[in-house]
Design a protein around this ligand. Structure first.
Ligand code: SAH
Ligand code: SF4
Ligand code: F3S
Length: 423
């Protein structure tokens, strides 16, 4: 059959789709260019927001006809599983998911899952109900996969997990790797980072997602010390109000979050101080997730979120309007912030973020940065700095996957412009 995979949701789902593709090819299926030419369609679903699930289910029902087979995959809530079963739509069961070889989308950047599932039960979140409990992947397997990737010229490794900070795998006494065999008791996330950072080769290392309650001092220290880890951290805060954070079951306060950011900045300042002749500009960039309109969120509590955004000066915020998910604790609370008010709050964050991001980006003007080229068209090459900022430079001879130096000439809120600098 000719297959096509539609992927919704986060990087975790994109990574899973790469492993689903291998499995489909092992079964003898061939890739199709689009849904129209496919007679086997896998829809990898995300359940975080209700409206998105509805759209995806509608799409499945529309695609479903006698000429093709549809399989739903990914993060599906029990209530949606019932809906799919009622329409006779099959659901994909990933068996031995980690050991499956991915069919990678990119030749220069690779997602490497290190754990899946979640034990945190934030009161609004569907993930623990769709992905189940936390499961960490053996360190040996992770290191072997990364070694292979580096040998094949991969320049960027992105470690994935719902909560990478709580990675914990048994030590492997039989390992041929000395570092792995010596690790006593178990391997936690800081240790895993050290192991990966120690692999030979020049590459960018990053990870998503971290939970503020699990950002230990050891992890902060390891992050700053391991020089292959890029100076960029995504640390979802969700709200800037202590009462809302408690209702969200997040297990930290605004003060704790602020203190974490302070510690991370000072740790990077200590370990990453560059010598005067080193011109590459890379301050530490911080991004976050915020939910607006959680049940009971008052105008005053939302103001606290705006205040936190000003205090932290985030480089990027992925904000969402609260959406009740069936089976979660928060779904029992009254969704009492009106859609209009949720939109207004989201808009207020966007306006503030845009203003702050522009000011932060202006600091890049005149500086020299390192860019990993991700896209090229006729006139422009686009790539990311180590701080996850998109930079556009005149294409010239640049190719995807290349790392170049560029001098920043212009800044907008969501991207920078620059000129290539010969190294
Ligand atoms: N494991 C990650 C990602 C969870 S889902 C983490 O802990 O950060 C990604 C983001 O979706 C969350 O950070 C949250 O901001 C948002 N989200 C989750 N559930 C939501 C809901 N019910 N309504 C609106 N946004 C939600
Ligand atoms: Fe969801 Fe919270 Fe787990 Fe993240 S940590 S996946 S937001 S329950
Ligand atoms: Fe990711 Fe959505 Fe699942 S955010 S973990 S694909 S519910």
């Amino acid at each position: 059959m000719k297959y096509f995979i539609i992927t919704y949701g986060c990087q975790m789902n994109r990574s899973d789709s790469e492993r689903i593709a291998t499995r489909l090819q092992e079964m003898g299926h061939k890739p199709a260019k689009n849904t129209a030419s496919a007679n086997l369609i896998v829809v990898n679903l995300c359940s975080v927001r209700e409206s998105a699930v509805h759209r995806a289910l509608d799409q499945i029902y529309k695609l479903n006809n006698k000429t093709r087979k549809i399989i739903a995959a990914g993060c599906i809530l029990p209530s949606d599983r019932k809906k799919l079963a009622a329409k006779n739509i099959a659901v994909w069961h990933p068996d031995d998911y980690f050991s499956q070889n991915p069919l990678r989308e990119s030749k220069f950047s690779a997602f490497v899952p290190i754990m899946t599932g979640c034990n945190n039960f934030c009161s609004y979140c569907a993930v623990p109900y769709t992905r189940g409990r936390e499961k960490s992947r053996p360190a040996k397997e992770i290191v072997a996969e990364i070694k292979k990737l580096l040998k094949n010229g991969i320049k960027e490794i992105i470690l994935l997990g719902q909560n990478v900070n709580s990675y914990r795998a048994e030590r492997d006494t039989n390992s041929s790797s000395e570092a792995l065999a010596k690790a006593d008791g178990f391997i936690n996330f800081p240790r895993l980072l050290e192991l990966i950072n120690g692999l030979p080769g020049d590459f960018r290392l990053s990870f998503i997602t971290s939970h503020p309650k699990d950002m230990s001092d050891k992890l902060i220290e390891a992050m700053a010390k391991c020089k292959k880890i890029i100076p960029y951290l995504h640390l979802p805060v969700q709200s800037g109000d202590d009462k809302i954070l408690r209702a969200m079951n997040r297990h930290y306060s605004v003060a704790h979050y602020k203190n974490l950011i302070k510690k991370i900045h000072s740790s990077f300042a200590r370990h990453r101080r560059v010598s005067k002749d080193k011109l590459l500009f890379s301050p530490l960039a911080i991004s976050t997730d915020i939910i607006v309109g959680f049940p009971g969120e008052t105008a005053g509590q939302f103001k606290n979120t705006l205040k936190l955004i000003k205090d932290i000066d985030f480089d990027m915020i992925y904000f969402a309007r609260y959406s009740p998910r069936s089976g979660t604790l928060a779904a029992k609370l009254k969704d009492n912030v009106s859609p209009k008010e949720k939109r207004r709050r989201a808009q207020a964050i966007n306006t503030l973020l845009k203003k702050q991001a522009l000011e932060l980006n202006k600091k890049y003007i005149g500086q020299e940065v390192e860019i990993l080229v991700e896209k090229v068209d006729e006139n422009w090459a686009r790539g990311k700095t180590t701080t996850n900022k998109e930079v556009q430079i005149p294409r010239k001879k640049l190719k995807i996957g290349q790392i170049v130096s560029a001098k920043i000439t212009d800044a907008a809120a969501w991207h920078l412009k620059g000129l290539e600098k010969p190294r």
